[in-house]
Design a protein around this ligand. Structure first.
Ligand SMILES: Cc1cc2nc3c(=O)[nH]c(=O)nc-3n(C[C@H](O)[C@H](O)[C@H](O)COP(=O)(O)O)c2cc1C
Length: 310
């Protein structure tokens, strides 16, 4: 393997830097800025069976150290993705991971089947969606999560990545349920539920009242999720949550992630992910790692000299 190459759930990547779902659209806005083939992979905005219009009212609120979003998973739907976005995106040769959303197991299964036939690189299940049958969010109910993953597993041979919600008591039971049901890799983490009150109207800022917090504020939470899962289960992990630099990316690799994704940082700096690709070799070398592979899980080893705690 070359210095930056890595493998996640059977997916071979030339470098470990992906862009996180929902923060990169389907790539079109970024293509004029840099060559998309420089990324390790592209995780596209969640695709649903039919178009979703998303939430009404204010959808974004900035916080001191992150972003609250309540987009409501707006997307133009499977047909649009297959007819317009995928034929355009595939020209770059970058592995495309299709993030998918649904209101029922059947909807997820239909999307998984269709994108598998189209030849994308992998599937990522966003399980932070409520099931219309009982209103429960798939990812916060272990039985529903296992049922969903098993159903999608039956219809696809692609690497199957499950993106866990941090809005539970901890990652392990959910990570185990997903792996036992057939997940090849886990994405950690999705956004953390929060809200904001407007300083003038004294009412909730977001039309949906609550939203998902992302950015630097959640980086320690994400790092803990990666550490706990990677130290306990034999499954590949893609780390995400507030990653903005090669320094951030390296800490996730050291915690046990086999790859990382840049999300909200792209709103401030659209080049953040390619900069991470550029700066990672020096960051690795600076700490004596000959390769990405050597850094993965390294924080679990002996404490380095000079690394004592206060
Ligand atoms: C505006 C926005 C839209 C998002 N849309 C999706 C989505 O469609 N599917 C999904 O699985 N995650 C979605 N996410 C979550 C991100 O992919 C990522 O897991 C999360 O933001 C944490 O990473 P970050 O702190 O680097 O942004 C979205 C996040 C943001 C900020």
């Amino acid at each position: 393997m070359s210095q930056l190459a890595t493998r996640v759930g059977g997916l071979q990547l030339k470098n470990p830097v992906l862009v996180a779902s929902g923060t990169f659209g389907y790539g079109r806005e970024f293509a004029p800025l840099f060559d998309l083939s420089r990324l390790g992979g592209i995780m596209v905005k969640g695709v649903s069976l039919e178009p979703w219009s998303g939430n009404p009212g204010v959808r974004l609120a900035e916080t001191d150290s992150g972003l609250l979003n309540a987009i409501g998973l707006q997307n133009p739907g499977l047909r649009h993705f297959l007819d317009e976005d995928w034929p355009w995106l595939r020209q770059f040769g970058t592995p495309v991971v299709v993030n998918m959303v649904g209101h029922s197991v059947e909807e997820y299964v239909a999307v998984a089947q269709a994108v598998s036939d189209a030849g994308v690189a992998a599937i990522e299940l966003n399980v932070s969606c409520p099931n219309i049958e009982d209103g429960l969010v798939f990812g916060t109910d272990q039985t529903a999560l296992a049922g969903l993953v098993a159903s999608v597993r039956r219809v696809t041979a692609l690497p199957l990545i499950v993106k866990l919600s941090p809005n539970t008591t901890g990652p392990l039971p959910y990570a185990r349920a997903a792996v036992e049901a057939g997940a090849d890799a886990l994405s950690l983490i999705n956004t953390v539920l929060g809200m904001a009150i407007d300083s003038v109207s004294r009412r909730p800022v977001l039309g949906n009242v609550t939203g998902g917090l992302s950015g630097p504020a959640i980086r320690p939470i994400a790092l803990r999720y990666v550490w706990e899962v990677a130290s306990t289960l034999a499954v590949d992990v893609i780390g995400m949550g507030g990653i903005a630099s090669a320094q951030d990316g390296l800490t996730f690799l050291e915690a046990g992630a086999a790859a990382v994704a840049v999300g909200s940082a792209l709103f401030r700096d659209p080049w953040a992910a390619v900069r991470l690709v550029d700066e990672l070799p020096a960051e690795l070398a600076g700490f004596g790692y000959p390769s990405v592979q050597a850094a993965i899980g390294a924080a679990r080893g002996e404490r380095r000299r000079g690394g004592g705690s206060a």
